[in-house]
Design a protein around this ligand. Structure first.
Ligand SMILES: NC(=O)NCCC[C@H](N)C(=O)O
Length: 410
């Protein structure tokens, strides 16, 4: 984001050649995962940090070797707070969302954060959280302290940050700055807020926001797919409320050339938490899909009529709905795990359907899903396979771990 002086965001498809992307390199926040907080922090296991970083660096390397500029969330956030001269405001806002009540601990944490001179280190510390033994204060024991005596953390880490797909989503030249479903992930959107308000490159360009983190209903980026220059697909899922989709649709219809949203009802389920865990676009006319959702899937078309949204339930097969929306002759669905229900369930859980297109028909995928990967290759898709044995423990694949900022238009 440092060398473009004109509008920095351009995402009009899921597949246009990827030029610039935001990642977050997993860091010490993963070392504050313990069995007592795994469920609340949305992890199924504790990744081994050093190995997770190696896997993540290899992912970034594949992107770079293919001409993609890799930007890091933590660096952008540090540049933004320096450029806006808003360190104090950032610390206050982060603390107000940390779960700490004003009091001795709150002040002690504030002092510690204020004393960190380097903004990059400050940002990393806010992502890592605080252990109780880092913040000793003279304070009488409260009821909550008594109840929580055995829990070693004062402020939880944000371990899902390496899934940069979710806290904000790029649409056209703007952003959906999301209101997340879970307490743990709500805090993550503060970095996007400061980046899109204060980063030296975006500041004077005023990136349009089509959704706001202080909205009352939730939506997450893993549910938002930019299918074309005028059609979005958005999941109604565990993480995205139907009301949020209507709000986002109204805003994009008003402010952009987008004229149609396909809302995919995929049900509320941890294993299919976002639309992109079961459905991604891999080429102009090809999509991955997890067969387990096909029978229950319902699609609603949202368009604009006299300033209001108009909803129609679709009854055609998914291929035909997509052919009509994208104005193409034939759509092919590539089924995760093929027709084998065991392979499909296993490979979906390991993010076999969660692919990142770096160009039409060219994807980054995990190597651990051989059945799905073979089908993609048979369909003529070029694959760059990466290891994800540690990364996958957070339940996300290459699409979840990346937020495209700039894609070539076609
Ligand atoms: N788009 C995605 O599916 N992102 C993966 C998010 C994983 C994270 N641990 C979560 O449960 O939110």
């Amino acid at each position: 984001m440092t060398d473009k002086t004109s509008m920095p965001i351009q995402v009009y498809s899921e597949i246009g050649r990827l030029e610039r992307v935001i990642l977050h390199r997993p860091s010490i926040e993963l070392e504050n995962l313990i069995p007592a907080n795994l469920e609340a922090l949305l992890f199924d296991d504790i990744p081994y940090l050093e190995a997770a970083q190696k896997e993540h660096d290899a992912f970034a390397q594949v992107l770079k070797e293919n001409g993609v500029e890799v930007l890091y969330l933590e660096k952008l956030a540090a540049e933004a707070i320096d450029n806006g001269n808003v360190r104090e405001e950032f610390i206050e806002e982060w603390l107000s969302e940390s779960g700490l009540e004003p009091g001795a601990h709150y002040h002690a944490v504030k002092e510690k954060l204020t004393a960190i001179e380097d903004s990059y280190e400050l940002i990393l510390k806010t992502m890592t959280g605080f252990r109780k033994d880092e913040v000793k204060v003279e304070e009488g024991t409260t009821l909550i302290d008594t109840l929580d005596r055995d829990y070693p953390l004062l402020i939880n880490p944000m371990p899902s940050l390496y899934f940069t797909r979710d806290p904000f989503a790029t649409i056209g030249q703007g952003i959906s700055l999301n209101h997340m479903y879970s307490e743990t992930r709500k805090r993550e959107t503060i970095y996007g807020k400061y980046i899109f308000q204060y980063h030296p490159v975006v500041k004077d360009n005023s990136v349009p926001l089509y959704y706001f983190r202080d909205e009352s209903t939730y939506i997450e980026g893993g549910d938002i797919l930019v299918l074309s220059e005028d059609v979005l697909a958005i999941g109604i899922s565990q993480r995205t409320d139907a009301r949020s989709i209507e709000k986002l649709a109204k805003n994009v219809f008003e402010d952009t050339d987008y004229s149609q949203v396909l809302a995919f009802l995929i049900g509320s389920n941890r294993k299919f938490m976002h639309l992109d865990t079961v459905f991604t676009m891999v080429d102009y006319d090809k999509f991955t899909i997890h067969p387990e959702i096909e029978d229950q899937l319902k699609v609603y078309t949202i368009t604009s009529q006299d300033g209001e949204v108009k909803i129609e339930e679709e009854t055609d097969p998914l291929e035909e709905i997509l052919e009509a929306a994208l104005n193409i002759e034939k759509v092919t669905l590539i089924r995760c795990g093929d027709d084998d229900p065991v392979a499909a369930a296993r490979e979906q859980w390991n993010d076999g359907a969660n692919t990142l297109a770096i160009a039409p028909g060219e994807l980054i995928v995990y190597d651990r899903n051989p059945v799905t990967n073979a089908l993609l290759e048979e369909a003529g898709i070029k694959l760059h396979k990466i290891q994800g044995s540690e990364l996958v423990r957070g339940r996300g694949g290459p699409r979840c771990m990346s937020m495209p900022i700039y894609r070539e238009r076609f």
